[in-house]
Design a protein around this ligand. Structure first.
Ligand code: FAD
Length: 301
């Protein structure tokens, strides 16, 4: 049935108002941001709530990309389109632009938000993999103020997060480190579809050109988009090289936990995890080289 069960609708205009209402209504209420994940689930009766609290008026308060020394802050109500258009993000984290090019379609990207993407906690969600890749942390606001949770602790499992009943995700923070770049690739069955498998990578080099740190985040190959610490351990202190990407690809294939479904067999997804991990690591380093060497020569790396 494509019609949701009846629900009461409330609209709030401040974070504090949203939290107070959530506190009063308890788990009978749900926030609605872009609505592109929640409403389809309600229409299919996979989710039913007595109250929907519309937070779109919070876009003035929570729709931003702010660059500070060593940190980029993104408000939870920032929409996919705004992420894609942000010059600050394109400069600091090209992984965002790569991912936003493949997420859904313009209709979804005009309304869907960063906060909604992370709080939906769908294991295939591309922005969750991006945030994991970039070692982001999430700011959660509740009755007692604010707390900050790492991406590793934010996702508790499929469709489960660290956000409590009377809490709202307000901001996502990204550390900016020197000599770093990032990339994202996905394999999808057709344009705009959810990923069969996606991979994000971020690499930082030291002054000698060795890998200071590297992170990989995979989507659609496990219960959530957690990073793979084994890859950082294998790459740190090494000089970028094809054999290294192959080793990281093997680690990714081993660490992930895909299931066979209509998008592909578990074996095929493992193969994609390996191949995409290699590609995004290679591309991240090529981007650092292009940036440091200053010879982009008009080509998108
Ligand atoms: C046709 C279609 C194709 C899509 N394809 C892709 C794709 O290829 N890749 C991809 O990654 N995504 C895809 N999506 C999902 C899309 O990115 C959604 O926008 C996103 O998942 C949810 O964002 P939203 O703002 O719409 O969240 P909503 O649907 O409004 O909310 C989702 C959940 O998050 C909660 N929530 C929202 N904001 C907050 C907050 N600030 N604090 C606490 N809880 C909050 C809600 O209560 C709800 O439980 C697709 C969606 C559609 C409809």
């Amino acid at each position: 049935m494509q019609v949701p069960a009846p629900f009461e609708y409330r609209r709030v205009s401040t974070v504090d108002e949203a939290v107070a209402l959530l506190y009063r209504l308890g788990d009978t209420a749900r926030l609605v941001a872009g609505g592109h994940s929640l409403l389809p689930m309600m229409k299919l009766r996979l989710a039913n709530f007595e109250y929907l609290i519309d937070i779109n008026e919070l876009h003035d308060e929570l729709g931003y990309v702010r660059a500070e020394p060593g940190l980029i802050r993104i408000g939870a109500m920032t929409r996919h389109r705004e992420l894609r258009e942000s010059a600050e993000l394109a400069a600091a984290f090209p992984v965002f632009g790569d991912a936003e090019r493949v997420i859904a379609d313009p209709l979804v990207r005009n309304r869907g938000t960063l906060g909604g993407s992370l709080c939906q906690a769908d294991p295939s969600e591309d922005l969750s993999a991006v945030c994991t890749t970039l070692d982001a942390s999430c700011v959660i606001h509740g009755m007692d103020g604010e707390r900050v949770v790492s991406m590793e602790d934010f996702h508790r499992g499929p469709y489960e997060t660290a956000v409590g009943d009377a809490e709202i995700l307000t901001e996502v923070r990204f550390p900016v480190r020197p000599r770093g770049s990032s990339a994202y690739e996905t394999v999808e069955r057709r344009a705009g579809d959810w990923a069969v498998v996606s991979a994000g990578a971020a690499v930082w080099l030291d002054e000698a050109g060795l890998i200071a740190d590297a992170r990989v985040g995979l989507a659609a190959v496990g219960p959530h988009t957690a990073g793979i610490p084994g890859i950082a351990e294998a790459l740190r202190g090494q000089r970028p090289a094809e054999e290294l990407w192959a080793r990281a690809g093997d680690i990714a294939a081993e660490a992930c936990d895909p299931v066979t479904d209509r998008r592909g067999s578990a074996a095929y997804k493992r193969h994609l995890a390996r191949e995409l991990t290699m590609r995004v690591l290679r591309r991240s380093v090529a981007r650092i080289d292009a940036h440091i060497g200053g010879h982009i020569d008009g080509q998108e790396v």
